[in-house]
Design a binder for this molecule. Structure first.
Ligand code: SF4
Length: 402
């Protein structure tokens, strides 16, 4: 994808995992060919920004050599398979994710769909393998698969309430492929706006597929976590990344201190899971600026869109402002700052939102509102007062109904 400051190059780590060696390569490529940062997305992808047209092909060849992207561009265009970071090597969740990735590339890529006389799936169509606690329940997915407590497998369609049950991983993967093909075929028959997500098609086109038996309505997320904070987990250490932007030099240093094959997985909470290692012991106190090692770190309480200078529509440097604001956000609250009223990448954790707008006079204004009442911002204050009157902003934040 092209942005005004160059190409954005995306890497979709298979099963949410990259080795320390691959991270070293990626960090080195960021330092050589892109902005010196690696961005984590909320879907568990990583991306480099600011790549020039001239170096794009060379960068891609390095990514292919490091097995970070498939050589076959058609396979890279297959639907994304997002995966929980919480699995053990070769356990049923890992095997399910591997099977689904392989099926998506072989059976749902644009070329595979074309060979069946079907149109390609839209870019937004996504599959997800969750863990048995369903910790990724907050992430939108067209097809969601996971292992059930009884050893079977669940399949939920388009974030609707129920799910279908299968005995084996092969069956649930096969059913997912059938539903994806049905979606690709049926959506094109819709008059007017063509749906890009399964849930939108299911509103008007009930799915009656032989591979789906009786729908189970009971779907619980009672054991799921909405945010996995930095710290120790069963699989290793979760290491937070301020604003989801990894400093490439800090990543290179961290990855160089780990054995090459150590897995560093990507979580959907702007953090990394260093499998089987005490990441904390590897972080020098001087590097705390780049990593979040404590669940009480105030930077976990803020998020922001890209903002200026990298987004042409941005009126303010949203990410820098969020970091400045972090210590003023109360525990249990989450402030999202947006460089304009579009509210891209609005975090589902957000309890309050600050977005920039332009007054008829041309002055930039900051609007603060509760995340549940986005259409009712408090009295806007001039952006100019950001540095001179932060107390006024803090008061706005404290006064918001959440
Ligand atoms: S919300 Fe506005 S400023 Fe932020 S990334 Fe989107 S378009 Fe750019």
């Amino acid at each position: 994808m092209r942005a005004h400051d160059g190409w954005i190059v995306r890497v979709r780590p298979r099963c949410a995992s990259m080795t320390a060696l691959q991270w070293r390569v990626l960090a080195s490529l960021a330092l050589t060919y892109a902005h010196p940062q690696i961005e984590l997305t909320r879907l568990g992808n990583v991306q480099l920004r600011g790549v020039s047209e001239e170096t794009l092909a060379l960068l891609r060849s390095h990514l292919i050599a490091a097995e970070l992207v498939p050589e076959d561009e058609d396979a890279d265009l297959a639907p994304a398979v997002h995966c929980t970071p919480f699995y053990n090597a070769n356990d049923p969740t890992h095997e399910l994710a591997q099977s689904l990735c392989a099926a998506a590339m072989a059976l749902l890529s644009p070329r595979a769909m074309q060979s069946m006389g079907l149109p390609a799936l839209p870019g937004k169509f996504g599959l997800l393998v969750d863990d048995d606690q369903r910790n990724l329940h907050h992430i939108s997915a067209d097809l969601r698969l996971w292992q059930l407590a009884d050893g079977g497998y669940g399949l939920a369609l388009g974030d609707c309430g129920g799910h279908y049950q299968f005995s084996t991983a092969e069956q649930v993967v096969e059913a997912s492929v059938q539903v994806a093909r049905w979606f690709a075929r049926e959506r094109m028959a819709i008059a007017g706006k063509v749906p890009t997500r399964l849930k939108d098609l299911l509103v008007s086109q009930p799915l009656n597929a032989p591979c789906l038996k009786e729908e189970m309505l009971h779907l619980t997320t009672s054991g799921a976590m909405s945010l996995v904070p930095p710290g120790k987990t069963e699989q290793g250490w979760v290491l937070g990344v301020p604003m989801g932007r990894i400093d490439a030099a800090a990543m290179q240093k961290l990855a160089s201190e780990l054995p090459e094959g150590t897995e560093i997985r990507i979580t959907p909470w702007r953090s990394l899971l260093v499998v089987g290692s005490n990441a904390l012991a590897l972080i020098d106190p001087l590097e705390a600026e780049h990593w979040i090692t404590s669940s009480t770190d105030a930077r976990l309480r803020v998020s922001a869109c890209t903002g200026s200078p990298r987004c042409t529509q941005a009126l303010v440097p949203a990410q820098d402002m969020a970091l400045q604001c972090a210590s003023h956000v109360s525990d249990g609250q989450h402030l999202h700052i947006s460089g304009c009223g579009k509210l891209c990448a609005l975090s589902s954790d957000a309890t309050s939102v600050m977005f920039a707008s332009t007054h008829t006079s041309g002055a930039v204004l900051l609007n603060v509102c509760s995340a549940s009442q986005l259409d009712q911002p408090a009295m806007p204050i001039p952006y100019q007062s950001w540095s001179v009157a932060p107390t006024e902003l803090q008061q706005h934040l404290h006064d918001l109904p959440v």
